[in-house]
Design a protein around this ligand. Sequence first.
Ligand SMILES: Cc1ncc(C[n+]2csc(CCOP(=O)(O)OP(=O)(O)O)c2C)c(N)n1
Length: 574
Amino acid sequence: MRMTGADAILRSLEAEGVEVMFGIPGGAILPFYDAIARGTTIRHVLARHEQGAGHMAEGYARASGRVGVAVATSGPGATNLVTPIADAWMDSTPLVCITGQVKSFLIGTDAFQECDITGITIPIVKHSWLVQDVRELPHVIKAAVHVATTGRSGPVLVDVPRDVQEAELDFSYPDAVSLPGWKPPRRGHPRQIAASAQAVTAAERPILYVGGGVLNAHATDELRALAEAGRLPVVTTLMAKSAFPESHELHVGWPGMHGPKWSNWALNKADVIVAVGARFDDRVTGKVSAFAPGATIVHLDVDAAEISKIRHADIPVVGPLKPVLAELAKAVAASATPERTEPWLRQIGAWREQFPLKYRQRREGELLKPQRVLEALQELTAGRDDVVWTTGVGQHQMWAMQYIRCDRPRTFITSGGLGTMGYGVPAAIGAKAARPDATVVCVDGDGCFQMTGQELATAVLEELPIVVVIVNNGYLGMVRQWQDMFFEERFSQISLTHTVPDYAQLARAYGALGFTVESEEELLDALAEALASGRTAVVDARVDPREHCFPMIPAGAAALDVVEFEDTEDTVRA
Ligand SMILES: Cc1ncc(C[n+]2csc(CCOP(=O)(O)OP(=O)(O)O)c2C)c(N)n1
C-alpha cells in the first residue's frame, strides 16, 4: 500500500500491538502527528513535558511488561527525553523513543531545533537509528521493538527527519527481523545449570539474590518454584520489589544501603548466593571487597556483560531467566533435601526478630513521622491486590521499600539505577494507562513532586487518575540526611519549606482533589478518601524533617557495618 513515512511508522507500531504512546508534538514530528489525526488504533497521551512522556512510557512498560513508546520533536523535545532514556538504560526498561529530526538536507547546518540526538544518546541506548530512506521505516520499527524487548531489555531511539516522514513508500510489514549483530542467548548451558543446582543443594546457607531482571524476564513463577523447591530464602533488590510475594515465608527483605539489617546479614553471611537478574550494584554490595566474603557466587543473567563485572562468578549461567530458572527449579526439586535449610531459615528469622525496622514515636506537638505515612498506606491497602505503587527518589522511596508490602509482580515501580527525582508522578500515569483497573499510588517527596508535578494536568485531562501522597518534609530530605550524618550538620541548599507551594491548592488548580494533613486522624481520613475517590488526588502529608532513614550502610562501608537507629524509650518497632 502506498503511504507516507509518517503513516508507515504508525502502521508499524500498530502491527507491533502498541496500544498507547506518550508524547508532545513539534515542527519536526508534525507529519507523524498529522498521521495520528487521520486515524489510528493507538491511544496518544499528551504529556506536559517530554521527560514526563518518557517516564510515562517507562511506567507503562514496567506495569504491563510490554514496550513503552515515547514521541518527541527534534532539538529540545528530544533532549528532554534524555533523562528517561538514561533511566530506562540503567533499569533495563524496554522503551522505544521516536523523535522527529530536521529535514535531511539541513542536518549538520545548525538548523532550527536541530540536535544530534542519536549522538547525544549513544552511551545510553541499546541501539539507535537515524532513518535516511523512507523504505527502511517498517523494518526499523520492527527492529526497534525487537531490540528493546529481547535479551536484556532497554531503550532504543528512532530519529526520523521530517522529509523522510513526508516521503512515500509501498508499505508492507516484515514478519521477522534479521539483525546479525543482535543475537541474545536463547537458553542457558545445561552443564552450568546442573552445577548451579549442585551448589544450591549442597549449601547450608544458600540465598537467592533477586534483581529486576526477573520481572523483565516474566520469570516470577519460575523464581517462586525454585525458592520453594529448595526452601531457599529470597532477598529482592529495590528493582525486584514485587518479583516475589513479600508475605511469603521465604521472603527475607531487601538488601543494600537502606535494607533491614537482617536482610543484609542474610545475604552477607550466606555460603552460596544465587544472583538472578541482579548486577551487584554498589547500593547493594557496599564495599565490594567486604561483600559476602564467604559466598560462592552463582550468577544467572541474560546479559553476559554482567557476569563477573563486579564480583567474580564461580558458576555463571548466561541465558534467558524464564527457562533457566525453570530448569534450575526442576533440578533442585529432584535433588534437594529441603530440611537442610531449616536451621538457616530459623537463623534469619531470629535476626529478623532481633533487628526490626524502628523509628521514634511522635511526641506531643511534633509533626507526623514520615514512616507513619507509609505504615498508614500499607494498613489501608493491605490485602488488596489491585494497587500499583510508584515513587520518587529519596527518603520516601526507601521508606516505601521498607513499609509497603507487594505480593504481585509489577506493582512497585521506581527509578533504581539512575535515581531520577521526578519519576514518580509520570510513571504513575503510565502505569494507570497500562492497568486501568488498578489504584495507582505515587509516594513522592516534596522535592521530587516539584520536578514533574505539572503532569497532574495529564492525569486529570487524559482521565488517568492517580493518587499522589507527598511525604512533605519541607526539605530535600535525603540530602539533608547525608549532610547531617556525613558533613557535620552543615546544611547546604536543601530547604524547600512545607508550605510553598501549597500542594493541595495546586492540585485543585489542576482539577484534582487536594488534601493537607498534619495529624494522624487527618492522614487516615484523607488517604481513605483519596484512595476511594477514583479521581486524581494529592495528599500533602506534612512530616517531621528531622527523621533519618535507617538502617543505613554508609556509602563505601561494608554491608555488615549497618548504622542502625539508636533506641530511645519511645521507639516504634515495625
Ligand atoms: C534529578 C535529580 N536531581 C538531584 C538528585 C539528588 N537527590 C537525591 S534524593 C534528593 C532529595 C529528594 O528530596 P524529596 O523529593 O523531598 O524527597 P525526600 O528525600 O525528602 O523524601 C536529591 C536532591 C536526584 N536524585 N535526582
